[in-house]
Write a protein that binds this ligand. Structure first.
Ligand code: NOJ
Length: 560
């Protein structure tokens, strides 16, 4: 196992639209980020992952890019961005940018050209097919609803879009397109950035012929994921990218990869394979979804499933691969509302969840607001929601199919992406201190109780707990490099594991419930000394061999 700076780092994700607005237009911006860099330094994070800040018509909040080399007007200028990078580097923080190259915006010049005629030099930058009679070229359903195909009147062909119709998929089979991507990556790397997070990067290779998805029930559109997730040329493309670009810089890379298995995760991240450093897998994010259904079909989490899944990823990537560790991002509901308890035990359970994640083997990611225990939001009406995925789903299921509004709103309250996108709650002034104007999306009304200023002032806050977790990682090598073993696999409410490095053992025990449990040390390893590294309770000098776990308690001991 080699030592790498990105294995020792903690990453903080900024979703710029919702982070901090410096000019009162209601939208977060780059100067707003600069204002808060000392806050991030205080927290102790090493790397910032910045969600897209490129020119975009914002059909999907920046994940639809119309110019890969300029900054979105709402967010500022290239000069602002350069100042931000310099200010981060001055504080010893690194910056990774979002690379969204499975698709572009339909307002990108490449697409505007491609649409002009079938023999336009940019035509092959995208994926075009004739229809099958009056039907689309195949039956795949887009992530944001409807067909993945959109008809173009001028050239009388359809183009493929796995996401919205304003996000046409790029054609990675075309070597010229691949070179364009490598060039734009070099453009940013040469400006001094420290890596990329790659959006749905395991979707870029599609199976030849784009076959229909299986459709036993005769649905209009079905998932075609087996024909584009981890497709036939994906490893070849990533190795080419590595060879042409990544290997020439000292950077970190993380590939967002829905539908990746631990076995494939090992192929993507295996050090000798020269692809990526780590992937964002989604197995654990799907455990509260009914099997075979989309994310809106809810099911309570069974903790045993979570342990099984995370444990498998830990062991599969033990030799040579590397895990990313996350509970939250801009697409997921807030973890304290999802698998913690966001009322009486909000603070305690947020700390417990942080402990469980940060003590595993891998690089931890903190999503903005997680460090102060921000919660899900419940807007009264659908008009208050902004997310294209949520709005399209509501339109299709309530307005077109006549499904029950309350059921759909429950799904939105539980899983909608806007839960993660309400403005960061900086203080208890109007709009939580996020903007002096009208925020583009409403602030969560709990901002008087939950805000960064309050958290900074309270030594027992979630913020200070995260800070301590990050400090521990810097002090104890075992947290970064120790091997992982799950304990208590079958316990429905207790999550416990050990990490081992040389003659040290780290014991992590967390309670995913409001119930009281007894923990018993039943492992063959012997130890003489124990040191309590962190806990969300005031733990007395207790016997590690057997102790009582309080509601949502977390403890970490170092045993020697
Ligand atoms: C994944 C991103 O995280 C999400 O926000 C976006 O909608 C899709 N990819 C499409 O780019």
């Amino acid at each position: 196992m080699t030592r790498q700076w990105w294995k020792e780092a903690v990453v903080y994700q900024i979703y710029p639209r919702s982070f901090n607005d410096s000019n009162g237009d209601g939208v977060g911006d780059i100067r707003g980020i600069i204002e808060k860099l000392d806050y991030l330094k205080e927290l102790g994070v090493d790397v910032v992952w910045l969600s897209p800040v490129y020119q975009s018509p914002n059909d999907d909040n920046g994940y639809d890019i119309s110019d890969y080399r300029t900054i979105m007007d709402e967010f500022g200028t290239m000069a602002d961005w350069e100042e931000m990078l310099a200010e981060m580097h001055k504080r010893d923080m690194k910056l990774i940018m979002d690379l969204v190259v499975n698709h572009s915006s339909d307002e990108h010049d490449w697409f505007k050209e491609a649409k002009k005629s079938k023999d336009n030099p940019y035509r092959d930058y995208y994926i075009w097919r004739p229809g099958k009679g009056v039907r689309e070229p195949n039956n795949w359903e887009a992530t944001f609803g409807g067909s993945v195909w959109e008809y173009d009147e001028t050239t009388e062909e359809y183009f493929l879009h796995l996401f919205s119709k304003k996000q046409p998929d790029l054609n990675w089979e075309n070597p010229k397109l691949r070179q364009e991507v490598y060039d734009l990556m070099k453009f940013w790397l040469d400006k001094g950035i420290d890596g990329f997070r790659m959006d749905v990067i395991n979707f870029i290779s599609k199976v030849d012929g784009l076959p229909d998805g299986e459709n036993p029930e005769g649905e209009k559109y079905v998932s075609g994921h087996q024909y584009f997730m981890n497709g036939p040329r994906i490893h070849e493309f990533l190795q080419e990218m590595n060879n042409e670009v990544l290997s020439h810089y000292d950077i970190m890379t993380v590939g967002e990869m829905p539908g990746v298995s631990p076995e494939e995760g090992k192929l993507y991240t295996g050090e000798e394979r020269k692809e990526l450093n780590m992937v964002f897998q989604f197995e654990h994010m799907d455990l509260d979804t009914q099997p075979g259904k989309n994310k809106w079909h809810l099911k309570p989490l069974d903790l045993r499933d979570l342990k099984k899944s995370l444990g498998k990823w830990q062991s599969e990537l033990e030799d040579g691969g590397w895990n990313s560790l996350y509970w939250n991002n801009h697409d997921q509901p807030r973890i304290v509302s999802r698998w913690g308890e966001d009322k009486e035990y909000r603070v305690t359970s947020a700390k417990m969840l942080a402990t469980t994640l940060h003590m595993m083997k891998g690089t931890p990611y903190i999503y903005q607001g997680e460090e102060i225990g921000m919660t899900n939001v419940r807007f009264e009406t659908i008009e208050e929601y902004k997310d294209i995925e949520t709005l399209n789903m509501y339109k299709e299921r309530v307005l077109e199919n006549g499904e029950n509004v309350d059921d759909i709103m429950t799904s939105i309250y539980t899983k909608g992406r806007d839960n993660a996108r309400t403005p960061i709650q900086w203080d208890d002034t109007a709009n939580a201190g996020f903007t002096e104007g009208t925020p583009w999306i409403k602030v969560n009304p709990n901002y008087k109780e939950v805000n960064a200023q309050k958290a900074l002032e309270d030594p027992d806050s979630i913020f200070h707990y995260y800070k301590k977790l990050i400090e521990l990682r810097k002090k104890h090598e075992i947290i970064v490099y120790g091997s992982f073993d799950m304990l208590y696999e079958d316990h429905p409410e207790v999550f416990a594991y050990i990490r081992t490095l040389n003659d040290e053992t780290l014991l992590v025990v967390t309670n995913f419930s409001g119930n009281i449990h007894r923990f018993k040390w039943e492992h063959p390893t012997n130890f003489e000394e124990k040191e309590l590294l962190i806990s969300n309770y005031d733990v007395k000098d207790e016997d590690v061999k057997e102790f009582t776990l309080h509601p949502w308690e977390a403890r970490v001991y170092k045993l020697t």
